[in-house]
Design a protein around this ligand. Structure first.
Ligand code: AKG
Ligand code: FE2
Length: 199
């Protein structure tokens, strides 16, 4: 399949719902869930350490330090599976990536709050390629400044093997989130390939 552009103002967002065929996506979910050194980080919220409602890992080229929600990440090296995915994602997106943030949503209560991936390390127009494996979870997008970007919030159900690409001014004008769900859902693993410009 191919990436198809979403018609959103002040955004440059593309989706390929069938980037990886299901047997490959399912096999990768199992392999990565078992072999990645998952951590549950805490973020400081009003002076208190609050565990993030998901597990995370950060892999990349040496020197791609990244600060995220008050945490500073030193990357783990690329594993063969992650390196192969990087090559495939680069070919599909015509972009280059030097790091990947992995998020494991163990079940419905695991989530990610509203944010934009606009850390200075990512430069003025971050290119982020997001590969989803496992359970379908809802991905929401909303304008950061509704007067400047008049549009209702958007919901995408990201299925296993789908590839979402955000680039250009998307992070400047939109936020995104993966809300909790009360539905009974299995694990979902998401990989966001990124390019750290100022290491
Ligand atoms: O899990 C997702 O689909 C989104 C992940 C995300 O927004 C991030 O890692 O910054
Ligand atoms: Fe994000």
């Amino acid at each position: 399949m191919a990436l198809t552009r979403l018609l959103l103002p002040n955004a440059d967002v593309w989706l390929d719902e069938q980037f990886l065929p299901e047997p490959a996506a399912a096999a990768l979910l199992t392999e990565l869930t078992q072999t990645i050194a998952w951590r549950q980080e805490s973020i400081m919220l009003f002076g208190k350490a609050v565990p993030q409602p998901r597990l995370t890992a950060w892999h990349g080229d040496a020197g791609t330090r990244y600060s995220y929600s008050g945490l500073v990440w030193e990357p783990e090296p690329w594993t063969p599976a992650l390196q192969l995915l990087r090559t495939q994602v680069e070919a599909a997106t015509q972009a280059t990536f030097n790091s990947v943030l992995l998020n494991l949503y163990r079940a419905g209560p695991d989530s990610m709050g509203w944010h934009a991936d606009d850390e200075p390390e990512l430069g003025p127009a971050p290119v982020i390629a997001s590969l989803s494996l496992g359970a379908t979870r809802r991905f929401r997008l909303r304008p950061r400044r509704p007067l400047l970007t008049p549009h209702a919030p958007v919901s995408l159900d990201l299925t296993s093997g789908s590839l979402l690409l955000m680039r250009g001014a998307t992070q400047q004008h939109w936020q995104h989130a993966v809300p909790k769900t009360s539905k009974s859902v299995g694990p979902r693993l998401n990989l966001t390939f990124r390019r750290i410009i100022s290491a």
